[in-house]
Design a protein around this ligand. Sequence first.
Ligand SMILES: Cc1cc2nc3c(=O)[nH]c(=O)nc-3n(C[C@H](O)[C@H](O)[C@H](O)COP(=O)(O)OP(=O)(O)OC[C@H]3O[C@@H](n4cnc5c(N)ncnc54)[C@H](O)[C@@H]3O)c2cc1C
Length: 336
Amino acid sequence: MTTPWRGVSLRTATSLGVESVADALIEATDADGILNALDRAQRDGVPLTVLGGGTNVVPLARIRGRVLRMALRGVAFERSGNGEVRVTAAAGETWQALVRRCLGSGIAGLENLALIPGAVGAAPIQNIGAYGRELKALVHSVSAIDRCAMAPVSLPPAACAFSYRDSTFKSAPRYIVTGITLNLGAVETEASYPDLALELRRMGRPPTPAWVAEAVARVRRRKLPDPRRIGNVGSFFKNPTVSAATLDRLRGRMEIRAVPTEGRFRVPAARLIEACGWKGHRDGAVGVWPRHALVLVNHGGASGRQVLDLARRIADSVQRRFDVPLEMEPTVLGED
Ligand SMILES: Cc1cc2nc3c(=O)[nH]c(=O)nc-3n(C[C@H](O)[C@H](O)[C@H](O)COP(=O)(O)OP(=O)(O)OC[C@H]3O[C@@H](n4cnc5c(N)ncnc54)[C@H](O)[C@@H]3O)c2cc1C
């Protein structure tokens, strides 16, 4: 089922809060609705852009064609005897509502991913991750509509090419995700991430799923701006990986954490941006959040282009100073 509007502003449909106009915003409440929307877009020769909660996109002034917002609902639990719970959730469910519902039912696994805004369907797109856990560790399968075959498919993790803030869904957007199935319940608690471990110690609480979620929520509320008040997309850049030689060079100039990954080292982009003096920088309507250098903000009235210009200046200065390229995390939609 789809509900059409014409020439709509997406300013309130995305967390960055910048002005952007699409030809139409339509909603799909089931797989047939998605197939109909794809079919009509194909026949009319217009693009169809998928949107969840709009918390990881930078919309430019004009988005040609239709924007399809995912409004599929439903959550189901399937318990097995050994504590495992298979949780299936539809793409239009709110991620945080799913986290809360699982934890409220005593089902462990999503606690580190608490308070990530957005919809369930977008979670596999960039393999969401936070505080020591990535979605990929929990995925049983992803259901989707294959735009090429115009048919529903179910993809096992091996077909999703999950990696750090990336997947087959993000790098080649052939699929429209309709839902995910997760293996939860019998999941070991992960509480070793430094900020999380420190918060649990401060709270004097054990690393149970409920306390891990609470500690994560406290750290996030302290560090990140609430997108309902200040436009942002969370982390604007991915944490880059560098060679051992580059890491040595960086450590000669500053203290910086590094996590070994496949023969290289992942370093916090925020540290490099901060070292270039951007933290708290403000340039009219756009700026860098004073409590987290990775978060670019719209103080009100900014355009997507202004945000991208600031991002480019930041990335250029990190490249010049440290010879480390930064890659954007959110997806740019439309054009000026
Ligand atoms: C304050 C804040 C904190 C954040 N913290 C984190 C964090 O800790 N970790 C993290 O990983 N991310 C984080 N994010 C980024 C973001 O919340 C997540 O990536 C989230 O999963 C995006 O969900 P969404 O529904 O808003 O996606 P959208 O922004 O609507 O879409 C993102 C991309 O996915 C595509 N897409 C969306 N839904 C579908 C679908 N069903 N099928 C196919 N394509 C689809 C869109 O076309 C777009 O390209 C944060 C963002 C904010 C604002």
